[in-house]
Each structure stands twice: as structure tokens, then as C-alpha cells.
Design a protein around this ligand. Sequence first.
Ligand SMILES: [Zn+2]
Length: 517
Amino acid sequence: MANERVISRRAVLAAVLVVAALQAWTARAADPPPISYTIRFASLPSHLAEIDATIPTDGRASIDLMMPIWSPGFYRVENYATRIQEISARTTTGTPLAIDHPQGNRWHVDTRGASSIVVSYRLLCNERSVTTNFVGEDYAVLTGGATFITLTERAQAHRPHDVKLELPPGWKQSMTGLDPAPDRAANHYRAPDFDTLVDSPIVAGTPIVQTFDVAGSRHEVVEIGNVGAFDSARAAADLKKVVEAHRRIWGELPFKEYDFLLVFRQGGGGLEHKNSMLATSNATATDTAAGYLRWLNFISHEYCHAFNVKRLRPVELGPFDYEREPHTESLWISEGFTSYIGNLAVTRAGLSTPQEFLDSLSAQIRQLQNAPGRLVQTLAQSSLDVWTSEGVSGVNTNANTSVSYYIKGQIAGFLLDAEVRRATGGAKSLDDVMRLAYRRYGGGRGFTPGQFRATTAEVAGRDLSAWFRRVVASTDELDYTVALDWFGLRFVAGSWSLAVREDATPAQNDHLRALLQ
Ligand SMILES: [Zn+2]
């Protein structure tokens, strides 16, 4: 009997393997041919990229093409097609084809029955933000939304998109979160779909690359631009500790490889992606201990987004329509909590002191409590209004008329953490809320505000709707009492600076330690 069971198990296993192999084969056979882009940098001083896009027509008499008008994670319409200087279409054998431009970001091409057409365009790349392109003497930064024209139909976005870069002489390599193309040639990549292409910025030049491994996940720290006296080795060692702290918070690292794409140049800002980040850094701004800590908190924020927003996301933030902006009331969770958890990870990694953590939080509280807009606009409304607010993508909003979901959201994270800890006698925390929400809604699903509230109540073992109503849906002043009391903190008289109470009980000291270690 025992042997028979082994044989039958083997037979079943063999059958399963055959079916799996067949499925893999049919999936491959069914994959439509890719859209293939070749990118050249013909004139570095003119900041130009030249792109040939070879686009299968599937036998259609005409096709419609589009370029995104915004980039996920940056809530501002940017109309990238305005950077196209020249565009033309032809068959793969060189016969010119008529190309119309019916609207700002769309084109229409008569294919004349060609099975594949080539669209060539020249792109001005002279901007230094993390959602636009830059091409210069030493390096290039290409972001997906601002670079790639594709077919308009949503169904077409699921076909592979290949990118090949032809680097100028003297440039060493390109780096991106994209997988290598099947031919595994240098600077040749394949995205399984348009979403992945848009989500994978590319830098090229002669970067400094360092790598480290955490739990089998390879991390590449890529530095390009004016690196100056930036201490790359120290940064990589510290980022490894930050990654380990995030892994403890989220319970896993959901990628085989992650790229920190760090561009050293004027400006600022970072943008999160599923398997990478693109961040503008300034070497001199990290010279001081305080400047370096700000930088670590900033990079930790962008890394935290690989979990919170790229995987655990408000239901409205995906799948993306690159021609229409989405509206959600939950950016205070996606951004504010990311700042709160990002700073916690740096402190738990041993890279900032408890007082430095409190100082950074105090700065946010001071900013909120001195902004009249906190009594005018709710957190939820601040998120919904992001596309039309005066600030850029929720940053530097008008403090008289609006509230920042970054600032009030970060403080809300701290207050909610205290609520959950108090409700469970310290057994659970915001970590548990986020980890459960990540498991339940991470990936394809997305959460509604009600689902996030319910997840919090489940972890806290208590209904917290009154807290959510007050903090998110009203303009009432925040109540700090619970948090101050739980962690044994006070505000220094006449300021919004958090300090540990001199008469804090051992239990309160333990609570603060549990938060920060
Ligand atoms: Zn962010």
C-alpha cells in the first residue's frame, strides 16, 4: 500500500507538472508581440532623447496612441506630450505613414495594413523632477510616464513593452527596476505591461553602485550626478538597517530586487515605485548630522511606499487611467502614515535617537497647530482636493485655507498608534493594523475608507469610529491627551515640543521604548 501510494503520488505530480508546463507554454504562445522602444541620446548638450517605438498593429487599419498626462504618486497633471518636438510614423520597411494629433496627448496613425509600424519622436529632457526627464553630458534620468507613447486601449496595456537604450560613448551602464529582456543583452529590458514600464524609472551614465542583501532580497544603491563628498558606503550600510526595520514592520520584503535610484542634483523630491525609488538628493545638504538624518527619513519614507501605496493602496489608486486623474480621500494614510512609519523605521534601526524622533514629530505638530487651515479643511478633503490645491501634490499647501495630509496625516498616525496601543493594553499597535491591512488589501485589491476603519477596529478590539470622525472628517482640534498619557510625554511649556515627562511611570517609559525599539 505504501509503495502504491508513492507511485500514485508521483503519477499525480507528473500530471500536475505536465499541465503546468502546458499552461506556461500556452501563456507564452498567447503573449502578444511587444511594443519595442529604442532610445538614443544623439545630442547630450541639447538634452534630447530620440525614441523609435515599434508597435504591432494586430492587422488594424488604424491605431490610436497616447502618452500619460500624469504619473502615479505625483498628483499633478503634467501633460508630458508637450515635450515632444517632432513625431513621425512609417512602416517597418520605411514607407511614411500619416500621423494625426487629434488631442494634446493622443495620435492617430493609418497603418495601410502594415503588421507593425514605427513611431519616431524626439523628446526634450531638460527637467529635474522625479516625474520628468533629464538628459545631460554625464547622465540621463528617464521616467516612464514622461517617456513612452503606447496604444490607447486598456487591454493593449497588458502586452509586453521592451526598452533598449543605446548609451553614448563613455557611459557605463543603465539601472532600473525592470527585468532584463529575454536576450539578456546589456541595457535591454522587458516590462510585462505598460503599468510596470511607467512604474520603472531608468537612470543611465556611470553610476556608483553598491549592493546589499536582506532576507534574500537584493538591494542596489545607485548614485548618479553630483555625488560630491557623499559617503556612499556609510549610506548603503545605514539603508540596510532601515530595510531590516521595514521588514520587521511589514513581515516581508515583497521583491527579489529593489533599486534605490539616487540622483544628486539641484532640487528635491522622491517618487515611489513597486521595486525602486527615484529620489533627488543633494550631497551638501547631507553634510551635517541633522541633514543626513533628514535624508535617511526621506529615503525611508520612499522605501515605506513600496508597501504603503504601491501594494497597500486606497481602492481608487489603481488600475491607473493615465489620461484621467484619480480622486481619493485616503492620501493621509498613504502619505502621512508613510512619514510616520518611515521615521519610526529609522529610529528602530538605531539611526536616530528617541529625542530626534520626537523632535521631528514636534516640528510637524508645530506646523499644524500654527496653520489656520487646520480649522478650515478636513484631512479627507485635503486628499480629495490635491489636484486643484495651490501646493504641488499636497506639499506646501496654503496654510491659511488648507491642511497638509502629509503633516496632519503623520500626526494622525502617531495618535492612532497610541489609541490602538491603549485599547489593547500595549499588545497591539499601528504596526499590526498596517500589517493586517497589507495582507488583506495589498496587491490587486485596494481598501475603502470603511475597510481601513474596520481593520483598525479589529486590531484594537474596539470601535474607533469616533476617533476617525474627529481626526479625518472634522476640523476639530486634535486631541493629544491619549498619546501623551500612554507614552509619558508632555509639550514643553509654551511650545509644541514633545519631551519625556520627568515623572513618567516605568510603564509609560516601557510604552515609549516599545514604540521606538
Ligand atoms: Zn510619499
